[in-house]
Every structure is written in C-alpha cells, then in structure tokens.
Design a protein around this ligand. Structure first.
Ligand code: CTP
Length: 397
C-alpha cells in the first residue's frame, strides 16, 4: 500500500453501528503512511467518541460547520483543500442521499461539495434500506459522479437481518481505497526544483529582489512528491511551507542557489528551474549601511551578471531532463522558444506575467509547454492543477 505514503486523507465518519470500526480504518491509513484528519457527523458521535479518533489520528477531530473556533483553525474549505482524497466509512443511507443531492448542511457534506478530488464510500446500512430503489438510484448517481464504492458486504447484520448492507472490514476498505492512487508516474525518479526569488544584498540592511512568490515551484514540488518522485527543493525566501517529504534547501542569493544546485544536481533525472534568479547582483556589498551624506543626489549601483544556473545544468555532460520557465511580458511564445534553443532545454514553460491574474503572486496560472516538437497550452487553472499537468507531461517525455 505504498500509494498511501504521504497522502492527506480526510476520513468522514457517519452515524451507523459500524462507526466503531472507523478506529481501525484510522490505524490502517496511518500505518500505510498517510496523514489522517477525521470529520464526524452529529450522529456518528453517538457511536464512537471524537476523543478516540483524535488520539488515533493524532489530529483534532472536526464535528461542526458553525464552530467558530474550529473554523478559525481549519475551516471546511481549508479541509477540502488539505485533503488528497476523502473516505467516508461508514456511509449511511442518509449520508448517501444527502451527498447525492448535493446538500451542504453539515461539515462533512460541505467539505465533500467543496472538494474536487477522489472520494471513496463504504456503505453500511440495513439490507432493506440498501435494496430500496431510492438508495440504489442515489448510489448510481454518485458512481456517475466518480465516487468509488467499497462494498457493502453481505452477511448477518447488527439488527439480525441477513443480506447486503454490512460495511466491509477496515483492512479491505483501506486496501481498496489505496488503489485510488495509482503507482506514481515519477516513482523511482529524482527531481531537483528551484523556486522563489533570490535576494542580492547591497549592504547589511538592503537587497535587490523580485516579485516571485514561489507558489508555482512549490506546487510543482508537491505534484512531483505526489507522483512518487524523490524531490530536492532549493528555494529562495518565500512564505510557503515546503512539502513535508522533500529534501528542502533554503538559500538567499543567486550564488547560494547556484552552489546548492551544483551540489545536488548530479544523478538527478529531472531539473526544473522555476526560480526567478536575479540576473545581476551588486558588484560590492557594503560592510555597513549606506548613509545619505548629502553629497549624493543620486546613487549608482554597479551590478555584475550572475551565472545562469539553468544553462549550466543543461551544459553538463550527464544532464538531467531540463525544464526552464520563461516569464515574459511581451512576445511570449517567440521569446520562450528563443530561450528553449539558447539554453538547450528539453522543455520550456511560457508564462505571461503581464497578466496580473496569472502572474507572480496569483493563485492561478495559464502556461504553454514548448519543446522542440510540441506546443501545448494548459488552460487557466489553479497552480496546483497546472503543476499536476506539467508533472504528467514530464513523466510522458
Ligand atoms: N535562470 C537561471 N539562472 C539565472 C537566470 C535565470 O537558472 N541566473 C533560469 C530561471 O530559473 C528560468 C529561466 O532561466 O527557468 C528563464 O529565466 P529568465 O530570467 O526569464 O530568462 P533570461 O535568460 O534571464 O532572459 P531575460 O531576463 O532577458 O528575459
């Protein structure tokens, strides 16, 4: 069940007698390497306490849509963004009906509605309720919407009836759920990524930098980790948390980024240069703060050109698959293609930074992937989704 390693799984527990088995599901998911957060409906708490699932998951259990305190910590939208996949086990007939009609009147249904990744359901109910036409039509509707169904199994039920409706055993559910994550397209590959801006000091308190937020590079690092790669992320100063399971190297200047890349690049399968590396840095860094002494109405800063990290990597004899970014404000495709040739890249990702809605600090992006033989437009989408598609493209090339 390697595919569950480093995954964020949101387990939804709803109110049926099988809820006591959720404890075993939490343990199974954790054992398989996932981080687990549990969301319980009101009635689920009649069958098993949040405290039990909190202790087993190691995370606070969320129960209430309108709990201001919980919403301040991680609200329904944050939980939906955090999760790589949702598993609802047990899923009662009532929950299935509510999911099918798109209700959002409690925490779990709201998260499910806001979530756009894979969702697995392990139904558990009385056999007559399962057989009922309305439940069957709800199930069909959810399957058409790409929900995955695990069970139910058949046998003797808590109410004494015999038939289909029992929740599958926790180990079976975890195993079926793991198959949602196919073997990563970059498994056994090592990827080196640069991200963020660099800061070039002028004196002890000042520096020259640029507007890069690091969002695209970090999204790529995350997508590569999810695709099973061993990721090394060399980053300039940004305000984002790196993926937990990557080798993270923090740098400030273009020279430090160059040194870190040269140190780590050998043996890597893929190099992705998303960093906005300063092209120039001050020739001289003053040892003490530059003062206004009244005699200078203007200040001239002499700059020297920095080494091109991307070009140095692509000039190496045992070079990895080399990917560069072209952040342009005009003649996007023409300029990007020039960089592809000049820097001898395998792939360049052209990004129009004159459009503020897809530029440096935005949440979305729209890019064109250019190789010597192909040009593929990735329509506007979240940087997370764009990153996934870029990783997919790289793994196919
Ligand atoms: N890059 C790099 N080292 C540098 C400058 C840029 O590795 N010293 C990489 C960036 O990470 C990016 C690509 O080169 O992947 C494109 O950088 P960009 O600054 O847009 O291109 P330049 O070649 O510097 O051209 P210009 O500034 O004239 O657009």
């Amino acid at each position: 069940m390697e595919s569950l390693i480093n995954k964020n799984i949101l387990l939804g527990v709803t109110g049926g007698i099988a809820a006591y088995k959720s404890a075993e599901i939490v343990r199974g998911l954790k054992k398989a390497g996932s981080s687990v957060r549990v969301v319980m409906t009101q009635s689920a708490q009649e069958f098993i306490t949040p405290l039990t699932l909190q202790a087993l998951s190691g995370n606070p259990v969320s129960t209430d849509l309108l709990d201001a305190e919980a919403e301040a910590a991680m609200g329904h939208i944050e939980l939906a963004r955090w999760a790589d996949a949702i598993l609802i086990a047990p899923a009662t007939a009532n929950t299935i009906a509510r999911l099918s009609s798109g209700r959002a009147d409690d925490l779990l249904s709201s998260i499910t509605l806001a979530f756009d990744g894979p969702i697995g359901l392990a139904p558990a109910m009385n056999q007559a309720m399962w057989k009922d036409e309305r439940t069957q039509s709800n199930i069909k509707n959810l399957e058409n919407k790409d929900f995955s169904l695990y069970g139910p199994g058949s046998g003797e039920q808590a109410c004494g009836d015999i038939g289909l409706g029992r929740m599958l055993e926790p180990s079976e559910i975890v195993e079926l759920f793991a198959s949602l994550f196919k073997a990563g397209s970059l498994s056994n590959k090592s990827v080196l990524i640069t991200a963020g801006p660099t800061q070039e000091p002028i004196d002890p308190v000042r520096y020259v930098t640029n507007r890069s937020s690091g969002k695209m590079g970090y999204a790529l690092a995350e997508a590569a980790v999810e695709a099973g790669a061993q990721v090394t992320l060399v980053s300039g100063p940004v305000n984002i948390k790196p993926p937990a399971s990557c080798n993270f190297i923090s740098v400030e200047t273009a020279q430090e980024m160059y040194d870190a890349v040269m140190h780590h690049v050998s043996g890597k399968d893929v190099y992705i240069g998303t960093a906005a590396v300063a092209d120039y840095s001050p020739t001289k860094v003053e040892g003490s703060k530059i003062k206004k002494d009244g005699s200078n109405e203007s200040l001239v800063l002499e700059m020297k050109e920095n080494q091109d990290i991307l070009k140095t990597v692509s000039d190496k004899e045992d070079r990895p698959y080399v990917v560069g970014f072209a952040a342009e404000t005009e003649d996007l495709l023409k300029n990007a293609r020039k960089k592809l040739e000049k820097k001898k890249l395998d792939l360049i990702i052209a990004n129009d930074v004159s459009d503020k809605s897809i530029g440096f600090d935005s949440e979305e992006n729209e890019v064109t992937l250019i190789t010597n033989s192909e040009e593929v437009l990735l329509d506007r989408s979240s940087k997370k989704k764009i990153a996934k598609r870029i990783v997919e493209f790289i793994s196919n090339n």
